[in-house]
Design a protein around this ligand. Structure first.
Ligand code: NAY
Length: 294
């Protein structure tokens, strides 16, 4: 299980100028990360806009990623969808094409009981032999994973961890406690990566890692080496960048624009996520330079 610990870029999707999934662009983006030192990629999550794509498009993105970096990077694919049936279909596809693990948020829109969410996840878990990582992001789904449910699910060998995107590091610690020693917890909020690691996270999955993968790898290395003062200084630096990124019409639009500046074309985020406007370009050029100089 610990072979999954580490730093994962929550990868953006890449589209062409018309907003259609562009497999060649997806491959170039995956290749860019393969040389950055990260452990792996988290495909089709929040940053990856899986929830804004058809099942067919999600499959295309995953296939492109795996064609490029299978065996080089660990690939976790988010398969969350409104219907259990669609998520199971994405799980089966993930296994067929060679993903390393699957992960899912609860079904959204309907206010589901804990029992319904558990059943939803269980169908996905049972549909393949792949490891499963729970994705807990209560601020977007409205569903807060309970410690009891976490504990129950973690008793199954296939359920190897939780991606904790809630902001409480106390809860993060409690998920680790509920899951036991072999159970992985991934830090979700990039702004408190170091805090999450200190409280027991085994790694992190983050969207802003996508524009500064080397900085997060370095931050993780400082933590592992016990160089906490340097780690804290680097987290402060990273957070100055994240704060700026959060000031644009959409975080994903800003990150994708920065990638475009580096020659990694990814197109605009998909509506309803807003793109950046021409008036933002100059400050993003500056931010890109600042990140590269850090
Ligand atoms: C995903 O699925 O894309 C993620 O794991 C990304 C987690 C991100 N949270 C959201 C809601 O997008 O990386 C964070 C986030 O972008 C970052 O902390 C900035 O706030």
């Amino acid at each position: 299980v610990s072979k999954f610990a580490g730093i994962y870029v929550a990868m953006y999707s890449a589209y062409d100028a018309k907003g259609i999934v562009d497999k060649e662009r997806v491959k170039r983006l995956a290749r860019y990360y393969a040389s950055s030192g990260v452990k792996g990629l988290y495909v089709g999550g929040s940053s990856g806009e899986g929830m804004l794509q058809s099942a067919e498009e999600r499959k295309q993105v995953l296939e492109a990623v795996l064609e490029e970096v299978r065996g080089e990077l660990a690939v976790i694919v988010h398969v969350g969808a409104s219907s259990t049936r669609e998520s199971m279909d994405l799980c089966i596809h993930a296994q067929q094409v060679g993903a390393d693990a699957v992960s899912s948020v609860p079904s959204v829109y309907y206010r589901l009981s804990e029992k319904a969410v558990e059943n939803h996840w269980q169908h996905m878990i049972d549909s393949t032999n792949l490891p499963f990582i729970i994705y807990n992001i209560p601020q977007t789904t409205g569903f807060n994973l309970s410690f009891d449910l976490c504990k129950r699910l973690a008793q199954q060998e296939k359920v190897i961890g939780v991606k904790m995107s809630g902001e409480s590091t106390f809860e993060l610690e409690q998920f680790k406690e509920a899951g036991g020693d072999d159970f992985l917890v991934f830090n979700g909020p990039d702004e408190q990566f170091l805090a999450g690691r200190i409280m027991g996270a085994d790694g992190g999955i983050g969207g802003t890692y996508g524009v500064m993968p080397e900085l997060f790898c370095k931050l993780d290395a400082y933590f592992r080496e016990g160089r906490f003062e340097e780690a804290l200084q680097l987290q402060h630096t990273v957070n100055r960048f994240i704060k700026k990124l959060l000031g644009y019409p959409s975080l994903y639009g800003a990150c994708k624009y920065i990638l475009n500046l580096r020659g990694i074309e990814t197109g605009e985020p998909r509506l309803p996520l807003l793109p950046v406007l021409p008036e933002h370009h100059e400050s993003l050029v500056q931010l890109n330079e600042d990140i590269r100089a850090a």
